[in-house]
Design a binder for this molecule. Structure first.
Ligand code: BV8
Ligand code: ZN
Length: 271
């Protein structure tokens, strides 16, 4: 694949080749080619009449916990049926390659901070430093905060209508078990945000992939890298709010662009 096919690719590949301290900020587009719907695209089936934005809110959870619970169980089961794509695998390869001690030089690093609540980066073999918006597979009591175990696949895989709602907490007995995601209106996990900011302040390249750059405060993070003098590559088939600020916008899909970045020719080290 050459720059003619994908504008911005040659410049981005050169930046990737030289980078030693990389931060990857991923959004829903990272998992699109794995079959996980992005947040903004219309929903299907039972969920067709709802938008993600109206279901992923504190109000919706308080007003109709059974509906919101069922939606998250449906999404967790959907993700379980998806696999990492070539983009997830390329980032995992890049992370391993940078962490290997090159001959005599300091080991590089690749830090992943994702807005996604799926586990596809991890299932591709990568280590994720921060799930900025939580995870579909963590659960806790909405009242006492006690972590809870729940396996989405235990639910009826064909269940379409809301189930009988979230289980009750076995510790306090009154709280409902909720998914460990950050709902709109809720604060982001402080440590995840702080660790991501710190990594961006010390990186020499940030790769922002598959995000519409609309959701705050995650959308402020790429500017931290720019402010610290790092190059920022945006990988997205569409232009976003961030595109004009990016060092280079690569107009392509994660599943094709990221392998081309990571396997750019003349790489100094082997895979
Ligand atoms: C908060 C978990 C305190 C749940 C999510 C200013 C400051 C702070 C907050 C706000 C603010 N202004 C407004 C707010 C409120 C709100 C907000 O940002 N609203 C937006 C809509 C304006 N923020 C919050 O509520 C945050 N809380 O700050 O608390 C507070 C509260 C209220 C008011 C003030 C302060 C909490 C935000 C986190 C919400 N939880 N997820 C769940 O998943 O169910 S966010 C959720 O939406 C996703 O996690 C994801 O992060 C986001 C969707 O964004 P994207 O990932 O970008 O996905 P999207 O579909 O938008 O775009 C996909 C992109 O991929 C597209 O650009 C597309 O072109 C591209 N693409 C498609 N295919 C591919 C591709 N790219 C590459 N390859 C492909 N193949
Ligand atoms: Zn409890």
């Amino acid at each position: 694949m050459t720059d003619d096919d994908v504008p911005g690719l040659a410049e981005a590949a050169e930046l990737a080749r030289r980078a030693r301290r990389v931060v990857v900020l991923s959004g829903a587009g990272m998992s699109a080619e794995s079959g996980v719907p992005t947040f903004r695209e219309a929903q299907t089936g039972l969920w067709e009449r709802f938008s993600s934005e109206e279901l992923a809110t504190e109000e919706a959870w308080l007003e109709n916990p059974a509906l919101v619970w069922s939606w998250y169980q449906w999404r967790a089961r959907l993700v379980r049926g998806c696999s990492p794509n070539a983009g997830h695998r390329a980032i995992a390869t890049w992370q391993r390659r940078l962490a290997q001690q090159p001959d005599g030089g300091a080991a590089g690093s690749l830090v992943i901070a994702t807005q996604n609540v799926d586990d596809l980066h991890e299932r591709a073999g990568a280590e994720v430093k921060a799930h900025l918006h939580g995870s579909l597979f963590d659960y806790h009591c909405a009242e006492c905060g006690t972590p809870a175990e729940h396996d989405p696949s235990e639910d009826d895989p064909h269940e379409q209508e809301p189930a009988d709602g979230p289980p009750l907490c076995t510790v306090c007995g009154t709280g409902r078990i909720r998914p460990g995601v950050v709902l709109f209106g809720e604060m982001l996990p402080e440590e995840a945000f702080a660790q991501t900011s710190a990594a961006l302040e010390h990186c020499d390249l940030a790769v922002v992939v598959g995000t519409s750059a609309l959701v705050q405060p995650a959308a402020t993070l790429p500017y931290v890298a720019l402010g610290a003098g790092a190059a920022v590559v945006e990988v997205n088939p569409e232009v976003t709010e961030f595109s004009t600020a990016a060092t280079v916008h690569v107009a392509g899909n994660a599943g094709t662009v990221l392998p081309a970045l990571v396997d750019a020719p003349n790489r100094s080290s082997s895979v």
